[in-house]
Design a protein around this ligand. Sequence first.
Ligand code: NAP
Length: 483
Amino acid sequence: MIQHIPIVIIGSGFGGLGTAIQLKRHGIEDFVIFERAGDVGGVWRDNRYPGCACDVQSHLYSFSFAPNPNWTNNFSAQPEIWAYLQRCAREFGITPHLRFHHEVRAAGWDAEARRWRIETSHGLFTANVLVAAAGSLSVPALPQLPGLEQFAGAMFHSARWDTSLDLTGKRVAVIGTGASAIQFVPAIQPQVAQLHLFQRTPPWVTPRPDRAFGWRERRLFARFPLLQRTMRGYIYGVRELFGTAFRHPRLIRPLERTARAHLASAISDPTLRAKLTPDYTIGCKRILVSNDYYPALAQPNVEVISEPIIELRPNAIVAGDGRVRPIDLLIFGTGFRITDFPFMQLVRGRDGRTMSEVWAGSPKAYLGTTVSGFPNLFILQGPNTGLGHTSVVYMLEAQMLHIVAAVRHMRQHGLAALEPRPEAQTAFVRDVDAKMRGTVWVAGGCDSWYLDRTGRNSTLWPDFTWEFRRRAIRFTPKAYQAI
Ligand code: NAP
């Protein structure tokens, strides 16, 4: 039997859960959330590696409509953020809408019925509106390394950490030096016998201004919500100012000096320091924040290897310097499949092509949310809604309000289906591309996951985030056409 559900949300991370909450707050209750796992939380459920924490302050990296006065730290750790999302699901009454272990395997637009047909691990469903909140950092990227299949030791990706494995005394190779690796490397270094860190590109690392909030402060936040809102506003404002420097790379040089001083203060060995010094403008790749990464690399049981990996053997890894390093465990800190949006291979639009085929390697959407040819589909964290400098939850909230406004518009006007006019989408993308020119993300001299395979930055939003919000929270009927 095919079950019909008016609104289906896929995923229960910040995006899916937040959309559900906003729909409910606006009196829309006829939705369900399909979640492939057994709990809410998205990346904050899946990433359980030691040291996992957020590098944006929690008072900003949280829903504006669900302030949490009890954050224990400026930059909260993963368990606290996951617990926050679980609490939001309960307190906003989302739990009855959740369908766990429902993995979406395909979704296609049925032009005749003007509905989405959704194949899941629990059978077939139809929906009027489909919200894809499957996350952009949810599918691990695993490099094809020669000999990987013959490696006999343990191995896992940072987002699939094997918490049952005792790392004590192990000889470990870590591949990658991104935002995840710089958190788990210092966390495991004291425990392991030897840590070989394979670095392809050194990241820029700046100090992490973390501190704990004492009980007095937390009580003040709880008693005076305005205080917490002011704090959120202050963090937001500072980060937006900072964002200006990414768009005008000359302004970002002082930050580069801070990062160099941070490196010099922790690493006295000039050879290691040279190896860890990036050769591109700071900000071109995500700037990392850590106080313990460099000190961990200076420890005698850590070796940074910048030669490429040649092959894996049953109990060893061979690098370009010819040395064979015996290892027991291989950890991939190699990031995620982002610009190819793996979930979009499962979604077929009006003409029968998948979103991936339509995008052809360069994702484009109107307001980063809706796509011509894909009626009633809303993508959270879609193309050009990512950020390099502040909280992505702010962008998600703007998208959620766009979805609420679109659903209300359809219902008020009795419209079965809407999609953006091609010209509205083209104008939006042209504007984004024009604003992207000259930014550090495209002119900073690095190769980053922000860039798609055509070389376009289809990941980041290149303007003030309030400008995105201003545009996205309004629903402009003339940008859309009824189908
Ligand atoms: P990432 O930033 O994409 O870093 C991947 C690392 O693996 C890079 O150092 C990359 O080198 C290296 N790598 C990839 N493929 C490789 C290969 N074939 N051989 C050798 N090295 C390879 O991934 P991530 O660290 O998991 O972080 C992903 C994103 O998650 C972040 O940018 C951030 O948005 C988010 N994140 C956020 C937080 C937070 O605190 N909010 C924490 C963790 C992660 P290259 O630089 O040379 O490509």
